[in-house]
Design a protein around this ligand. Structure first.
Ligand code: UDX
Length: 431
């Protein structure tokens, strides 16, 4: 089949490359000419494991990029909207980019004689596809949805860093179409994948995405709340969760307590569904608490540090880990951001190390001394905060030699103090 993908960010470029790998002809549409050039040169616009290889394999064969909507719509059966949906100032979803893409699509569909399906893949709150995208495409195309063109919502469930793998090995594919014809076109695109398709309406598809993410976020905040209680009672939360997680109705994953969740999805999506609920007159207390626990958690790292070493003014604090999780350079909503901001407010001297995310964090906090290794960051430090679950932090040993008898607050359950060559003053955030 022939498919066009609007937006070459993380979801768009992964979907484009993976659809090409499934044997489809793909046209990427992006208003950024630089990105268009980059893709046409076979270079992936973002880093994702396996993406470079796919881009190189299919570019200029079955995958091309353009900024011309008319060309892309004329030469494809369906267009996927994969643009960003940032948070507005009040945490609610900002749909301006989705609206602009819908208008451009509408104008292009106006010039097409045959049926075309508009598919929303961007994460949008329930009702957006039917009440925002559909009317805009109708207005700009002068055509009728369900008759002249189709509409569907097809959410993604891709983890950053594992997005290509997740696309090709889905545990669910959700297609929320306004009619059978649109639903059929979208499901045909996934035919080669070994996964049953859930057919539903657009608003249910939109809700499935939010419920999936907010449930996982809830699990993490629940684990953090329990962890905070366990710590007071001198109980190892990880031991508790290992046992509780054996119940197949609960499952062990996403019950790791620590400094909280970050990233481009969980914080934004929980806030967006809270915003939507408020709009319809419902105050979702549980979800509000999920956000509150997550906001408090990183500051607990600082409180623990203060309990150990008192006033942090002019104290040298090493922050290990800046990315929101391991194996990415992404710092969006990283828990190290509020931690560094608070340390700066308290006039601490900060050294920091991250295997990948230094450059991004430098732009946000130029006053921090960034180091090339963990050992360097730990030199002469009075205390250390471990913020990201990088594999290499589990292996740290001699790097701590300079930290004998000094404080290490572990926000990710990575350090086994009894295995280190020197004795450190170790404290887990909630164990
Ligand atoms: C997430 C979802 O997993 C994915 O399905 C969705 O499409 C996008 O959002 P991602 O943001 O890449 O993916 O990150 P994920 O690996 O899920 O981790 C999110 C955050 O939760 C990280 O900051 C991580 O440190 C934290 N986390 C995760 C915990 O604190 N405890 C856990 O037990 C698991």
């Amino acid at each position: 089949m022939k498919v066009s993908i609007i937006g070459s960010g993380y979801v768009g470029s992964v979907s484009a490359a993976c659809f090409a790998d499934l044997g489809h002809e793909v046209i990427c549409i992006d208003i950024d000419e630089e990105k268009v050039k980059q893709i046409n040169a076979g270079i992936a616009p973002i880093w994702e494991e396996g993406l470079d290889e796919l881009m190189e394999k299919y570019t200029q064969k079955t995958l091309i990029a353009t900024s011309d909507y008319d060309y892309a719509v004329q030469n494809s059966d369906a267009s996927f909207i994969c643009v960003g949906t940032p948070s507005g100032d009040d945490g609610s979803i900002d749909l301006s980019i989705v609206k602009a893409a819908s208008a451009s699509l509408g104008k292009a569909i106006a010039k097409k004689d045959s049926y075309h399906v508009v598919v929303v893949k961007s994460t949008v709150v329930p009702e957006t596809t039917e009440k925002v995208v559909l009317p805009i495409v109708e207005e700009y195309s002068g055509k009728k949805a369900g008759k002249d063109f189709g509409i569907a919502m097809n959410p993604e469930f891709l983890r950053e860093g594992k997005a290509v793998y997740d696309f090709m090995h889905p545990d669910k594919i959700v297609v929320g179409a306004i009619d059978e014809r649109s639903g059929f076109v979208v499901s045909e695109l996934y035919r080669k994948l070994d996964c049953e398709i859930t057919h539903t309406n657009p608003r249910t598809a939109e809700m499935i995405k939010y419920v999936n993410n907010s449930f996982l976020a809830t699990k993490i905040s629940f684990a953090n709340e329990i962890g905070n209680i366990c710590k007071q009672l001198d109980i190892d939360t990880y031991e508790v969760m290992d046992a509780v997680g054996t119940d197949f109705r609960i499952e062990r994953q996403f019950l790791n307590c620590g400094a909280g969740f970050g990233g481009s999805c969980f914080p934004k999506d929980v806030k967006a569904i809270i915003g939507k609920a408020n709009m319809i007159g419902y105050a979702p207390q549980l979800l509000e608490s999920v956000v509150d626990v997550n906001d408090r958690q990183p500051l607990k790292m600082i409180e623990l540090l203060q309990e150990k070493i008192g006033d942090l003014k002019n104290k040298r604090i090493a922050v290990l880990g800046l990315a929101f999780k391991n194996d990415t350079d992404d710092i969006r909503e990283s828990r190290s951001i509020p931690v560094i901001a608070e340390l700066l407010r308290l006039d601490a001297d900060i050294t920091a190390y991250d295997p990948m995310a230094e450059e991004s964090m430098k732009k946000l906090f130029p006053a921090v001394a960034y180091c090339k290794t963990a050992a360097q960051a730990l030199q002469e430090a009075d205390g250390c905060l471990i913020m990201t679950e990088w594999g290499e932090f589990r292996e740290l040993d001699k790097e701590f030699n300079s930290m004998a008898n000094r404080v290490v607050i572990d926000g990710r359950h990575l350090i086994k103090p009894e295995r280190l060559s020197v004795e450190i003053d170790y404290e887990g955030i909630c164990w």
